[in-house]
Design a protein around this ligand. Structure first.
Ligand SMILES: [Zn+2]
Length: 846
């Protein structure tokens, strides 16, 4: 009988403590006692621990169960199968009419429908938190904000429940959040250690900022490479919120940042000026007022890049809402010392709580104004689109069905209207065939997103970029595209279906598969996994197939039926299954004697080795680049890749692998013995795929000897004013921009490509000369390569005619150097195949 009594007393003390805690966040506020505060629910004061994501979801489930003013929705799952949730809070009356409210908001955002009476419409507020998992104050603030909104008795809270619908997304990146929370909690000291050097404040690689595949989800609202953002953007288009927040953390010695960002600096070119000049300052007054009340310091305007459309605070700006970024000084851990004394976790949480409240108050006070703006935004999009001289963009790659499908689906995901192209067109020497190309008119409500997909931007008011300065998505997908005022559009496309091809039944001498399709490498990998022997034909040829004479380009896959370990019928059945699964067309031939070009048994035909790939990862290596590679092989090919931490390299026997990937990073920690093992393995036939500065290290240790580009004389002023340092030095960086490269279409790195000009993405200032061997620079930048994004004049001079890819032979092996980013952000579908060619055809590259 003693235990329950103890429990009662313990619970009572806890409740008192919890109330005292909420007093810190909401001084003087009265709450409905029927709703448990986060502290009561969790059993500890908010700020004492980094709350596990499942507990955050459980708290929201509790709020959903307790009151009809809250509703929890699961919109999808992360890679690690955590639910992506949104808690919606409004008065019981509004909740009962939620679907009508949503439909009205959609009507408001659609200029083709009558404008509804906005005076009666609640403000749609979308509070998004924690896209960076190791900026943890935000999700704690989300719980407190939800509690306040549901339970507070103040006039403001009541008014918000009556006149707004608030959607709370507690964590845009649950996988990263839990990775970091586990770190911070498991390294917490008792008493807590504020020393910035303590392990608690210094996460192990790769840290919790990113998602499962080490992607920054605050770049993914445009690319939609991951389920977290896919379901988020799908949800976004069901609501068109008037205001969207994005809460972050920055350095411990900093204070607090809210918008406006730097005027005319790094603003997005398609966002109406009214957003920057009028709406942001209106809201900023509220943030200042709330921060002044608690005596917290803050700043605005000085920097922060607002241009890249894939930020959670910029995408809403391109959709008639207001996207707001907030950054608090971070305690990164439970308490950390700073120039202003100790920064506690609770302090950082409170900063975000007050700005959540300020956002809602500002949205409420500007409810009608923001509704009118949403309407204006889409009306002006249509009228500006109608005046755009491009009138239409036409696109399509006649050789790659899958990549077309991926791009059309991508446009549809962003609610862009796409039509079939109803007549053959030729523009600037590029043909766009009916049935294999599509038309996107500029005259549509998503006009500003159309520009985002198809326009190259080269002129900038500022030269310092925190991030990418180019994002032309048609180029990323490797689409031939052009402005096409005279294009004729056919049926509107509402969905895209993967094709199914008939399989050639009966006996075959060999099967042939064109390498041009995006998923041809997936088919190859599946074939190899199934134990089927596959070869590659290294020259173009024509064969008599089940469909008559067909021309095949170099790189075509050939499956000789006389050299299989399994029975012929079994092999054919497997090929048929894999072809259906990967949507590839298979041709059968009955003879090795070709109609033209080399025959199928030529010395220019060779077995494709099954990749056994190892990638170096860990401290000092770019987790972004490694993650892009991991994601590509996992998600697009289903190919396992062994990821080895640099400090484990001593345990590796490279002879168990045929391909080693070195992402950008610092490899100086490898010992002489380990470097010798690497040299020996390459010399015996291994392939190293080296990214950007990893190549400089290979040069230093003598495995390769490629040379950097040097200009005649680089003149810099001898001295400059102290306060110009950031601008001057920042301008030299290649933050991320798009360039035109020229491919040697005969080289295996270009198998599957049909046009020698290819846009590539580059975010490094390493410029390397073409190889001394004139056959081994298969990708070079053109003499006039600049397509989009920022680059300084000096860097552009260095880039011209420099190498994009160089092959350095070493004994019987070779290094394939990439100086651009073929897998950037999981969205450069147009250049993925260059990288995959290095994996599958590395042994034929020199
Ligand atoms: Zn952040």
């Amino acid at each position: 009988m003693k235990r329950p009594l103890f429990g009662l007393i313990f619970g009572f003390i806890l409740t008192l403590q919890a109330f005292a805690q909420e007093e810190y966040y909401f001084p003087g506020e009265k709450f409905d006692p029927a709703i448990p505060s986060p502290s009561q629910f969790l059993g500890y004061p908010v700020g004492d621990w980094h709350t596990r994501y499942d507990l955050i979801v459980k708290y929201f489930e509790k709020l959903d169960q307790l009151s009809e003013t809250a509703q929890l929705q699961t919109i999808g799952y992360t890679h690690e199968h955590r639910p992506k949730v949104i808690l919606t809070i409004a008065s019981a009356k509004n909740m009962a009419n939620l679907e009508q409210i949503r439909q009205k908001q959609l009507q408001l955002a659609d200029p083709n429908q009558a404008k509804p009476d906005v005076a009666s419409m609640p403000s749609i507020i979308h509070l998004g938190y924690g896209v960076h998992g190791n900026e943890p104050s935000s999700a704690e603030a989300a719980m407190l904000t939800a509690y306040w909104l549901m339970a507070a008795q103040s006039d403001l809270a009541k008014n918000l429940r009556e006149n707004s619908v608030v959607h709370i997304d507690p964590t845009l990146n649950p996988d990263g959040r839990d990775r970091h929370s586990l770190w911070a909690n498991s390294n917490k000291g008792f008493p807590a250690v504020a020393d910035p050097l303590d392990r608690e404040h210094n996460e192990a690689w790769p840290g919790g900022r990113t998602n499962h595949y080490w992607f920054d989800l605050n770049r993914d609202w445009l690319p939609l490479a991951h389920p977290e953002s896919q379901v988020k953007v799908e949800w976004y288009h069901q609501w068109y919120p008037n205001v969207t927040t994005d809460f972050h953390e920055m350095g411990t010695n900093s204070t607090y940042f809210f918008e406006p960002t730097k005027p005319y600096g790094s603003e997005n070119p398609v966002v109406p000026r009214k957003n920057y000049d009028d709406i942001n300052p209106r809201f900023a007054k509220y943030f200042a007022k709330y921060m002044d009340e608690i005596g917290s310091l803050y700043w605005t305007k000085e920097v922060f890049d607002n241009s890249y459309p894939g930020y959670g605070s910029t995408y809403p700006d391109i959709h008639g809402g207001l996207g707001l970024v907030f950054e608090t000084a971070s305690s990164r851990g439970h308490v950390q010392s700073s120039q202003r004394g100790d920064i506690t976790f609770a302090f950082t949480i409170r900063n975000h709580v007050v700005n959540s409240l300020a956002t809602m108050e500002a949205a409420l006070d500007n409810r009608v104004y923001m509704h009118d703006y949403l309407r204006e935004f889409f009306e002006s999009a249509v009228s500006e689109g109608a005046k755009d001289p491009a009138k239409n963009y036409v696109f399509g790659d006649e050789f790659d069905e899958s990549r077309n499908r991926l791009f059309v689906q991508f446009l549809l995901d962003h609610k862009i209207k796409v039509y079939e192209n109803s007549a053959d067109l030729t523009l600037a020497g590029q043909s766009y065939k009916k049935g294999k190309s599509w038309v996107v008119p500029t005259n549509q409500p998503q006009y500003r997103m159309v520009r985002t997909m198809f326009e190259y931007v080269k002129e900038f008011a500022d030269s310092v970029f925190y991030d990418a300065s180019a994002w032309t998505m048609a180029a990323a997908y490797g689409m031939p595209f052009a402005a096409a005022p005279s294009a004729k559009s056919g049926n509107q496309v509402s969905e895209v279906e993967a094709p199914s091809f008939s399989f050639p039944e009966g006996k075959a001498y060999a099967y042939l598969i064109d390498w041009s399709d995006y998923y041809a490498p997936k088919m190859l990998f599946e074939l190899q996994k199934a134990g089927i022997h596959v070869e590659s034909v290294h020259r173009s040829f024509s064969s008599q197939t089940q469909e008559g004479k067909v021309d095949f380009p170099a790189g075509t896959l050939m499956i000789p039926m006389g050299f299989q370990k399994m029975k012929a019928e079994e092999v054919s059945t497997k090929i048929k299954e894999i072809a259906a699964k990967t949507h590839q067309k298979v041709y059968a031939v009955q003879t090795g004697l070709n109609l033209s070009g080399i025959d199928l048994g030529s010395n220019l035909v060779s077995a494709v080795q099954q990749p056994k790939v190892l990638m170096m990862v860990g401290t000092g290596i770019s987790s972004y680049e490694a993650g892009e590679i991991w994601n590509l092989l996992d998600q697009q090919l289903g190919m396992p890749i062994t990821k080895v931490n640099l400090e484990q390299f001593g345990r590796v026997n490279l002879h168990n692998y045929n391909t080693l990937i070195l992402p950008s990073g610092n490899y100086n920690s490898l010992s002489e013995g380990q470097v010798n093992h690497l040299k020996d393995w390459v010399n015996r036939g291994g392939t190293i795929i080296s990214m950007k500065n990893a190549s400089l290290w290979l040069n230093r240790v003598g495995i390769t000897k490629e040379e950097a580009v040097k200009l005649e004389e680089e003149k810099e002023p001898a001295s400059l004013r102290f306060n110009t340092r950031n601008d001057f030095e920042g301008a030299k960086e290649v933050g991320g921009s798009i360039y035109l490269a020229e491919l040697d279409l005969t080289h295996p790195i270009a198998y599957g490509y049909h046009r020698k000009n290819l846009p590539v993405y580059r975010n490094t200032d390493i410029f390397i000369k073409p190889s001394a061997d004139k056959y081994l620079t298969p990708i070079k930048y053109t003499a006039n390569p600049h397509l989009g994004g920022y680059i300084s004049k000096t860097n552009l001079e260095k880039l011209k005619l420099s190498a994009g890819v160089v092959i350095s032979p070493s004994g019987q092996g070779r290094v394939v150097h990439f100086f651009d980013s073929p897998n950037f952000r999981g969205t450069w579908f147009g250049t993925n195949k260059l990288f995959l060619n290095a994996i599958f055809h590395g042994d034929n590259m020199d």
